[in-house]
Ligand binder design. Structure first.
Ligand SMILES: N[C@@H](CCC(=O)N[C@@H](CS)C(=O)NCC(=O)O)C(=O)O
Length: 228
């Protein structure tokens, strides 16, 4: 049997779960190259820099083509392997505009405050001399309460109201790769930002995502998604 041309450079517990999930939805043959995080820093190992200069995951190599940045990878895979448009609504439709919006929103609007929350929580609990601790706590608590938390609340409320108005999926009636792209920040928000039962539409959407056979195969192949 010929080797699959697609190689996914996959970092455990990371955004590349989404690409793995999309590859499974598309039913493509692929090779998985898995990297472990440094247990102390949680950063990717330096070998990933040989695949792409930024050393981040996901990266897809397809024959002679290397694609990084998960939204760009999603678009590349759909352009190349989804000619019938099963995972992306037709161009020029309202569903397509919504698809494109959420595809960008996931990394452009929702991930930044989630990442800030992760970093500021880490700084807050980092070991520092006792006399510095009140200063560190004062700064991290102030940034969290005045900027990060209110932004996250507004963003999560927005998801809830959009799914209530236009759901059941982010692009509208049908499941699409926009749901795949949105799943990672949603999982991160469950783990780190208190997303839960108070936003039932989002939680119902996430449960439907997790229930998809391709999502579960991605977990079996790529490992669990532990973002706490
Ligand atoms: N916006 C990029 C973000 C890539 C990224 O930051 N990936 C994380 C995994 S979730 C990573 O590789 N982190 C390891 C590190 O920074 O060393 C994308 O969506 O692909």
């Amino acid at each position: 049997m010929p080797k699959p041309t697609i190689v996914l450079h996959h970092l455990e517990h990371s955004r590349s779960h989404r690409v793995l999930w999309l590859l499974e939805e598309l039913g493509l043959r692929y090779e998985l190259c898995t990297y472990r995080r440094d247990p102390k820093t949680m950063l990717a190992p330096p070998e990933l820099q040989k695949v792409h200069p930024l050393g981040k995951s996901p990266v897809v190599v397809d024959g002679g083509i290397t694609v990084a940045e998960s939204g760009a990878i999603v678009e590349y895979l759909l352009d190349t392997y989804d000619p019938a448009g099963r995972w992306r609504p037709a161009a020029g439709t309202e569903a397509r505009r919504r698809f494109t919006y959420w595809l960008h929103f996931a990394e452009g609007s929702l991930m930044p405050p989630l990442l800030m929350k992760l970093v500021f929580d880490k700084v807050r609990s980092a070991p520092v001399p006792f006399f510095v601790k009140p200063v560190v706590r004062g700064i991290t608590d102030k940034v969290t309460s005045s900027f990060i938390a209110p932004n996250l609340e507004r963003l999560l409320d927005f998801l809830e109201s959009e799914l209530a108005k236009h759901g059941p999926w982010f692009a509208g009636e049908a499941f699409s790769a926009a749901d795949i792209q949105m799943s990672f920040p949603a999982e991160a928000a469950v783990a780190r930002a208190g997303l839960g039962a108070s936003r039932p539409k989002v939680m119902d959407w996430l449960a439907r995502c997790r229930a998809r056979p391709a999502y579960q195969r991605a977990i079996e192949v790529g490992g669990p998604l532990d973002l706490a």
